[in-house]
Design a protein around this ligand. Structure first.
Ligand code: GCW
Length: 720
């Protein structure tokens, strides 16, 4: 007996040393709860559990409890088939075993089909907790929520809570190609191993689904919007089916990107014109075929007539003609078309930020009920800061959804710590005023304002095959925050950070404080060392890595930096007021008022909307030039502070992840310095003013920075 104990302990020690903490478990770690009193209290309460239901989803729940409960509590938690005996019961509300609870009757009507309730049964000694949904998927969300309560050391006595998602389709967009490259992906290859599918099912697919279900994500687009029609051929549909089968018990539906020219490319037709009867029949047949493989297929996401993708305009038709063509094909099966509004053309002689609105506003009301227009959070392209897109509130008779970018194409790739919940929320909380004050983007997309048929919320995934999924350990927080906000946009950035830190790193107060302070400031800091005061799109050409304010003279003007910052000897910034491109006109008059004059315009948006002289006086009393310099320098200082904060919690975080993050922070500092020095020198070549006293001069010349080249920067579009 003693000997076997010794062997077991040695094995444990060996295993714990051999398996470096690589972050693979994300926020679903289920390590033993460190605080003994909390753990003890949970253990007294949770002696056994009962799963009241039979389905693949209930099997998932059972596995999650088997994995989570004994591990968190560091003691066995028995399974019992008797709901009466169990101290934790989970099931569907209509199950007879849950019939007798008054508490359930009170709560159940407050939720929808994906919602859940969790309550403590009154007067049960020593305690009993019930988790229920109207469906098994609702119960699954409840199970994850309950595990989170334990992971984050919350009280589990006198529980009485209920929750339902505010948005129906909470969807990740993978920009993953069939060759496993990921456009704008910085966390390794695509997790979809197309070549080995459908026969080999990587356990990672299950873990991906678990992670998503744990934060309420219920849909995924497997393929890049720069689409490959092959994914719609039988060989690939077999593979897609295999993934859909894995995801189904987790409540996740699969979507695909549809290449508009597919009828020509894989269908052998001469045209993809949406009014052509053969084309219509082709899409109808294709939809029917897809549903034979995947009966709950979600639908299509389409990028059309943008950046070289084919679309209805190739045939002189409108976006509505194109979207409705696919919508008609999917309608009999309940599928949805997410049609992207990210369209612009360098041949159109107008401010690029105006073009989506100009294109789509006249089509408002012309889309079928199962079409939803997918709009990027801002009118340009996922910049560190943009005002909200004017199509929010602009489209009043059409379903509309936001698209956020979780992958950090313009925010330092995966090596910069930039917590994005504040960015997402900035857009969601912006007021469109379309139906008076309080018509926030969140209310528009949630259907509160126009009673939309379909509501959805998309994020471009930052997931890849790196051990830790997202490249940066803190990149996981952005995946997490996206899911949480899609479920409930009213959650604060701080609350989301708090629970993520507790689940992913530690419940230790010093750790939480340190990490939270880093996370909550990180996005603003990044804005300031990259694109302060409303500057935008001044990064390196095509790979978008590092600073490139000098990018000019390319085939497309709207892919150059000089087009956006418009610096000259007089000043800097893009005039989007009535004296300039008048993009401002696309917003409600109340919104216009906030930005129309430089005096009232919030400084974060100043150079987005105004071209101002270098000696323009800022609120700080400094000139614009000096203020710009101070922001760049201060932000770099903040990165150094972040490094110090991290060092202060050394020993409180496992060594592997600690060192990984420390190394990435130092990359971030170096790159922030690069941004600062390159941008300050570049803009100085126009302002002709000295760098303010007290700020050290950049170590190298502007020429040096301009000559840097990064031909193999990751995530680049293969064909560019
Ligand atoms: O931001 C740009 C990216 C492209 C991307 C495009 C889009 C998928 O640089 O790589 O293509 O946006 O959103 O369609």
């Amino acid at each position: 007996m003693k000997r076997s104990w010794l062997i077991a302990s040695l094995l444990l020690i060996f295993l714990s040393q051999a398996t470096a903490d690589n972050g693979y478990r994300l926020w679903l770690r289920y390590d033993r709860i460190a605080d003994e009193a909390t753990r003890g209290a949970y253990a007294t309460l949770l002696r056994s559990y009962c799963i009241q239901g039979n389905s693949k989803t209930f099997e998932v729940i059972r596995k999650e409890f088997e994995l989570g409960l004994p591990s968190l509590l560091a003691q066995p938690v028995g399974y019992t088939a008797s709901a009466t005996e169990a101290s934790l019961v989970i099931g569907i509300a209509t199950d007879p075993a849950l019939n007798g609870y008054e508490e359930l009757k009170a709560l159940i009507n407050t939720i929808d089909n994906e919602g859940f309730v969790i309550f403590s049964v009154k007067n049960a000694t020593p305690g009993k907790i019930v988790i229920a949904g109207k469906t098994d998927i609702g119960a699954l969300y409840g199970a994850f929520h309950f595990l989170k309560l334990l992971q984050t050391n919350q009280k589990i006595t006198n529980l009485s809570l209920s929750s339902s998602p505010k948005i129906k389709i909470r969807i990740l967009n993978h920009w993953d190609n069939l060759d496993r490259t990921v456009e704008r992906g910085y966390a390794g290859a695509s997790i979809w191993d197309w070549h080995k599918l459908p026969d080999y099912i990587d356990t990672r697919y299950h873990d991906y689904a678990r992670a998503n279900a744990s934060i309420g994500i219920n849909a995924t687009v497997l393929t890049n919007v720069n689409a490959n029609a092959l994914v719609l051929t039988p060989m690939y549909l077999e593979k897609v089916k295999a993934l859909a089968d894995v995801f189904r018990p987790y409540g996740i539906k699969v979507y695909l990107t549809a290449r508009f020219s597919a009828p020509v490319e894989i269908g052998g037709l001469k045209t993809a014109d949406p009014v052509d009867a053969d084309v219509q029949a082709w899409w109808k047949n294709k939809a029917r075929e897809i549903y034979t493989y995947i009966p709950d297929f979600g639908g299509f996401v389409v990028k059309a007539n943008s950046e070289g993708q084919p679309g209805p305009q190739n045939y002189g038709r409108t976006h509505a003609d194109g979207a409705n063509l696919l919508a008609d094909a999917l309608l009999p099966y309940g599928g949805v078309v997410m049609w992207r509004a990210f369209v612009y053309d360098n041949k159109v002689p107008d401010d690029r930020t105006k073009q989506a609105y100009n294109e789509f506003k006249p089509l408002d009301g012309k889309f079928k009920s199962n079409v939803i227009i997918q709009v990027k959070n801002g009118p340009l392209d996922f910049q560190p800061r943009e005002p909200f897109h004017p199509l929010f509130g602009g489209l009043t008779k059409t379903n509309i959804m936001p698209e956020f970018q979780i992958t950090q194409e313009y925010l330092g790739f995966s090596t910069h710590l930039a917590y994005l919940a504040p960015l997402f929320k900035e857009c969601l909380e912006a007021d469109t005023y379309v139906k008076g004050k309080g018509s926030t983007v969140a209310n528009v997309i949630g259907g509160e304002i126009f009673k939309n048929q379909v509501t959805a919320f998309a994020g471009v995934a930052n997931i890849g095959s790196d051990f830790n999924w997202t490249g940066h350990h803190f990149g996981q927080a952005n995946w997490y925050a996206f899911g949480r906000l899609a479920w409930d946009h009213q959650l604060t950035s701080e609350a989301i950070a708090d629970e993520w830190i507790r689940m992913t790193f530690s419940n230790d107060a010093t750790c939480i404080d340190a990490m939270k302070s880093m996370m909550l400031r990180s996005r603003e800091m990044l804005v300031n060392y990259m694109t302060p005061l409303g500057l935008h799109h001044i990064m390196g050409y095509n790979h978008h890595y590092g600073p490139g304010p000098w990018v000019a003279g390319k085939a497309r003007q709207d892919w150059t930096s000089v087009y956006y910052h418009r610096a000259d000897s007089l000043g800097v910034g893009f005039d989007r007021t009535a004296s300039g491109s008048n993009a401002l006109e696309q917003y409600h008059p109340e919104v216009r008022k906030q930005f129309a004059s430089a005096k009232v315009c919030p400084e974060e948006y100043l150079l987005w909307f105004h071209h101002l002289p270098w000696d323009y006086q800022m609120k700080s009393g400094k000139t614009l030039w000096d203020d710009l310099c101070f922001r760049y320098y201060k932000a770099v200082g903040e990165v150094s502070k972040m490094e110090d904060t991290w060092q202060r919690i050394k020993g409180k975080v496992d060594e592997d992840r600690f060192n990984h993050v420390a190394a990435f922070l130092s990359i971030q500092r170096k790159e922030a310095e690069l941004w600062r020095d390159a941008c300050v020198l570049y803009f100085q070549s126009f302002s002709r003013k000295p760098i303010p006293p007290g700020l050290p001069k950049p170590a190298r010349s502007l020429e040096y920075y301009m000559k840097l080249s990064f031909p193999y920067a990751p995530g680049i579009k293969p064909e560019w």
